[in-house]
Ligand binder design. Structure first.
Ligand code: OGA
Ligand code: MN
Length: 209
């Protein structure tokens, strides 16, 4: 795991983002995947929103994924994800040791893009605000091909629409990026696309929204 953390940190330093494949043991993922689908099918997911606190609104023209927060007090649900969350807490400690980022906690939600869903170009943290420091997205999609869409498109800056890098949301891949600096979008997905999306936060706020 240390080897993976090292590669992710090096990428953050060099490119502001990084990706690692074969991140966790496969038997751990299969149980997560089953649980995500059963919660999704039970209608436990909500339309994702934009903004925080009183500014929070659902804007389907900007994003159309559905989410289920993990750290909102649902112990039973969270237990399935204990392995992943504890590993990301180790990554938090590693980031603080290596880069002195002052991260206080890791928050995350399960994410489903149904066919047709997308998320337009954005950064995860507005400049000046500093609560979200590093974004971490873990993908759980077997046999994902380019024609299935749903690419994470990473741009060099806010205005450049040409020199992007596309990353497929494939099984057991993790992407990390600086939350206030990396412009990215999720291209329309043509198949059901599963991920766990999380942020390393520099504040203690316990309510995610
Ligand atoms: C997000 C996001 C990217 C992805 O949730 O903020 O940009 O690949 N996700 O799912
Ligand atoms: Mn994002």
């Amino acid at each position: 795991m240390e080897k993976h953390f090292e590669a992710l940190v090096q990428g953050l330093i060099d490119e502001k983002w990084a990706m690692v494949d074969d991140f966790i043991p496969k038997d751990k993922i299969d149980i997560l995947k089953k649980d995500i689908l059963s919660h999704f099918n039970a209608g436990d997911f909500n339309a994702a929103g934009i903004g925080w606190g009183s500014e929070h609104t659902v804007k389907a023209a900007i994003r159309s994924d559905k989410v289920l927060w993990l750290d909102s007090g649902n112990q039973e649900k969270d237990s399935f994800y204990r392995y992943y969350i504890s590993m990301m807490n180790d990554f938090k400690d590693y980031l603080n040791r290596e880069l002195y980022l002052g991260i206080k906690r890791f928050e995350s939600h399960l994410t489903v893009y149904e066919p047709g869903a997308f998320y337009k170009k954005h950064v995860d943290q507005l400049k000046g605000a500093n609560s979200r420091v590093v974004s971490c997205i873990f993908y759980l999609n077997e046999n994902w091909q380019s024609e299935d869409g749903g690419q994470l498109r990473i741009y060099p800056n806010e205005t450049d629409e040409v020199n992007y890098t596309d990353v497929l949301p494939i099984y057991n891949r993790i992407v990390v990026m600086l939350s206030d600096d990396v412009y990215h979008e999720v291209r329309p997905s043509f198949k059901k696309r599963l991920s766990i999306t999380g942020w390393m936060r520099a504040d203690d706020t316990l309510i995610p929204l």
